[in-house]
Design a binder for this molecule. Structure first.
Ligand code: GAL
Length: 828
């Protein structure tokens, strides 16, 4: 008996030990059809959220909304230069806490896709490469080069090991189902010759040697070795075929809109077209699709790349820069995701057949023994189509896909938006007394040490590329002294300075006096600053302040693009017809990184310089001026922005947190916007459907709630160009008017996202014309009073739902062929 008891106990302890050490691992594999998770083929809908482009406090809400939006996975790049700003000195704090981000994804029950790169592009400063890497002797980036490969391997291994340590790969029971190495190398491989191909192979074998237990992907890389999956990036990827029959058809970047540059207009991509691209991809055998971006966020501090990428990285993504729903995009996609998920099994296991109806109209039928699901696609950009399928006729609007989970009833059509549109508005800061007048103090940046005295840190007898300064500041002074004798052949009444600069900003000072400034525009990397100067006999101090706007992040050998003032820098003298050039390029140049106010941390609440701020005679339109004020945090939970209208260009800090570069004086081009509603039909590109012509490219700047205290907050501006802070104000962003739209027999759902519906401005069920904000009754409508019906159902509530049908709104006098909809506009 005792013997038996002992052996039972032994068995018991044996199982306890096994189970406590056991983590349920997830098996991720793939075949030509799909990614398979734990033996089940899956379709995966994923969305990009870059952790440093929001704050840790925002992550849970962003990820929750992503899940509610029907996503299965969250994708992020890993940002090398943020994590290893100095060689072997790492930073994973605050919004760089990658582990915490992945765990937040896991807590929400979503998968993660980790695009390590570590070259990432992403409109991120220098594409994610740390500047010290580029300054290592003998280094050549993104090719077969020992110095580079050793550093790339070091960082990639570090990230993989961190993930393994926390058991974050699916193979260890974690959420990461896929990892990426390199980024779009196929776009540039040709310019590296044979070395490019060798480098791709090395990337793949290095990645595989890290043994992560989930597949590695390489995007836009047709030469990808078989051990990794090559994937597609673009606005459309339905025509993509991977280079290996065992690789599923995967789309790592479906661009939900586009990024913005200083001087650029606001990009937007319609919900209809985005949904069309996704439905089309799944119609034609797609399996994994990732929205780039699902939440774009903000380029805080100096993280924006380009050069010339704005601080906002909103991207017209389904979640806007501040994390609110961008409607109707978010809702229209959510409905699509639900339909796709409902037919996952037949999509990934079914037989596929197709029918061509001509004129770019086609049907794809997926069928198993139990289920048959259909996609009817019309890729014609102008002609609507009517097809007959198994004796039933179906209308398919131009540039749309209909999904029929049972091949009989159209459950979803990409061109028919049955979800609300929200127009966001900015509201004054209710915590302040009206009218809001911020009380400013100010301080002048001390320029004399450099502009007048030419004091620096190092000297060289040539012009340096600004990258050698290791990118610790936007600013680098180039200073030299010019001894001029009146007998010098160049001495003349008409002398000028000519500076060959590269795509960023230059401010010139002669003998301590400001001479002028110049800058280029997005995509232009070289320009010439030339201005007449007055020199004196004897010593003249020439000081040029170069300011960068983020380092280039894309292109073959983009690191070779010179930055700063590579020269030549010349003095030009004109005596009658004769022109004499004095080249200063190999003069002795003295260099100083940064500005005094930045070195002294004037933006820091704990700075020692508080006594030096002046409160009288507030200067306006004065270059190189620091401004400081305090403000009360806006009440409530709505996202907060600061309106910087009236200012030039510079940096802004709230309680020492750098909001990013600001430049409201840079206006977007006046051409290219249209008053007409955007036509979703036809291929999208970033020049289509733009808005905000002639307005500041970016006027409002995100102030995350976590940057503020509940009571008084400090706000500091460094104004480089000169501006007037008197109109600056803190505001909140929330839905103003919200429109509901539903086609016949669908439910119209409307929500003020936490606010109450206060009034109904428009309601009609019939052939309503126009878009949200300018709805008009059509030629026919239902007989009951639609406004009262909607008021009864919605006013005073946060959200409401009404069926768009004759049983609710009464019979209509519309012809049978008219496609009827319920359109509603409410006030939040
Ligand atoms: C892709 C790149 C992304 C991003 C995108 C444009 O080519 O892989 O990182 O730069 O373009 O937003």
């Amino acid at each position: 008996m005792m013997q038996n008891m002992n052996s039972l106990l032994l068995v018991f302890f044996f199982f306890v030990t096994i189970f406590t050490n056991f983590t349920f691992s997830t098996n991720v594999s793939h075949d030509g059809r799909a990614i398979t998770i734990n033996g089940q083929r899956r379709i995966i809908l994923s969305g990009s959220i870059h952790y440093p482009r929001s704050t840790t406090e925002m992550w849970p809400d962003l990820i929750k909304k992503s899940k509610e939006g029907g996503l299965d996975a969250i994708e992020t790049y890993v940002f090398w230069n943020a994590h290893e700003p100095l060689r072997r000195q790492y930073d994973f704090s605050g919004n760089l806490d990658l582990i915490r981000f992945i765990k937040t994804v896991q807590d929400e029950g979503l998968y993660a896709v980790l695009r390590i790169g570590p070259y990432v592009c992403a409109e991120w400063n220098f594409g994610g490469f740390p500047m010290w890497l580029d300054n290592l002797p003998g280094v050549e980036l993104r090719t077969v080069n020992d110095v580079y490969m050793s550093e790339m391997k070091n960082f990639t291994t570090l990230i993989v090991d961190m993930m393994k340590e926390e058991k974050l790969f699916a193979s260890q029971g974690g959420p990461i189902i896929l990892a990426q190495i390199e980024n779009e190398y196929g776009n540039v491989i040709a310019s590296y010759g044979d070395a490019g191909k060798a480098y791709v192979n090395w990337c793949a074998s290095m990645a595989n040697s890290l043994d992560i237990g989930v597949p590695w992907i390489m995007c836009q890389e047709n030469d990808a070795p078989e051990s990794v999956i090559n994937t597609c990036n673009g606005w459309y990827c339905d025509q993509f075929t991977p280079n290996n029959p065992n690789s599923p058809k995967m789309w790592t970047e479906n661009w939900t809109g586009w990024f913005k540059n200083w001087g650029g207009k606001d990009p937007s991509r319609t919900a209809e077209d985005l949904a069309y691209s996704v439905a089309r991809f799944y119609q034609l055998g797609g399996t994994f699709q990732n929205y780039y971006m699902y939440h774009g966020g903000t380029n805080f501090g100096r993280t924006a790349g380009g050069p010339y990428i704005t601080t906002s990285y909103d991207y017209d993504a389904p979640l806007n820069e501040y994390g609110s729903l961008n409607q109707p995009k978010y809702g229209h996609l959510k409905q699509l995701h639900d339909v796709l998920h409902s037919i996952e099994n037949v999509l990934t296991y079914g037989n596929i057949s197709s029918m061509d109806f001509g004129n770019s109209v086609s049907a794809t039928i997926y069928s198993t023994n139990d289920q048959k699901s259909c996609f009817f696609g019309n890729a014609n950009s102008s002609l609507d189509a009517t097809i007959n399928y198994q004796g039933v006729s179906y209308d398919i609007p131009a540039w749309s896909v209909s999904i029929l989970p049972d091949c009989k009833n159209v459950l979803y059509n990409t061109a028919k938006v049955n979800t609300q549109t929200s127009k966001m508005i900015k509201v004054a800061n209710e915590a302040e007394n009206e009218p809001i007048v911020l009380k400013w103090s100010w301080m002048q940046e001390n320029l004399d040490e450099n502009a007048l005295l030419g004091k620096g840190q190092v000297s060289a007898s040539h012009l340096l590329d600004q990258k050698v300064a290791n990118d610790v500041s936007d600013y680098l002074w180039y200073m030299t002294r010019l001894d001029l004798d009146e007998n010098d052949p160049i001495w003349s009444k008409n002398m000028s300075i000519r500076v060959n600069a590269t795509g960023q900003i230059v401010h010139a000072y002669i003998n301590g006096e400001y001479l002028g400034s110049e800058w280029a525009t997005y995509g232009i990397y070289n320009y010439v600053f030339e201005k007449e100067i007055k020199l004196k006999p004897g010593k003249n101090q020439i000081a040029l302040l170069s300011a960068t706007l983020g380092y280039q992040n894309y292109g073959a050998r983009f690191e070779m693009t010179e930055t700063g003032l590579p020269g030549p820098i010349q003095i030009i003298g004109k005596n009658g017809d004769e022109t004499i050039i004095k080249d200063l390029s190999s003069h002795k140049w003295t260099y100083k990184v940064g500005l005094e106010g930045l070195d002294n941390k004037l933006f820091d609440v704990n700075t020692n310089y508080s006594s030096k701020w002046l409160s009288d005679n507030l200067p306006v339109n004065k270059m190189m001026t620091w401004y400081k004020t305090t403000f009360k945090a806006p009440l409530g939970e709505d996202p907060v922005v600061v309106d910087l209208i009236g200012l030039g260009k510079g940096f802004a800090w709230v309680n020492g947190n750098n909001l990013g570069r600001y430049w409201p004086s840079f206006l977007a081009d006046v051409d290219g916007c249209s008053a007409e509603p955007c036509d979703y039909r036809g291929s999208y590109d970033n020049n289509k459907c733009v808005s905000n012509c002639g307005q500041p490219s970016q006027r409002w700047y995100h102030v995350p709630r976590s940057f503020m205290n509940k009571d008084v907050n400090e706000f500091v501006l460094f104004e480089e160009f000169g501006g007037n802070p008197s109109l600056v104000s803190f505001q909140t962003v929330r839905p103003g008017s919200v429109c509901g739209n539903a086609y016949e027999n669908k439910d119209m759902e409307i929500s003020c996202q936490g606010k109450t519906i206060s009034d109904v401005k428009f309601a009609s069920f019939g052939d309503v014309q126009g878009i949200c904000g300018s709805f008009e009754k059509g030629t026919c409508e239902a007989k009951n009073d639609a406004i009262s019906i909607v008021k009864n159902a919605c006013v005073g509530k946060e959200s409401c739902s009404i069926q768009a049908s004759a049983s609710v709104f009464g019979a209509t006098n519309c012809e049978a062929s008219v496609s009827k909809r319920l359109a509603v506009e409410v006030v939040c």
